[in-house]
Unconditional design. Sequence first.
Length: 41
Amino acid sequence: MGGEKTELSVEDVAKMAVRLATLPEDGPTGRFYYMDDQLPG
C-alpha cells in the first residue's frame, strides 16, 4: 500500500505495530496513533 511514494519504511511500521501490540493490558484503548503521537479523535 503506497508503493514507492509511501512516507514510512517497513521497519518504521513494524516498530509501531510491535509497540502497540505489546502495550500492557491496562494500556490505552480506543485511540489512534501515528508513530509515537496520539491523534485527536
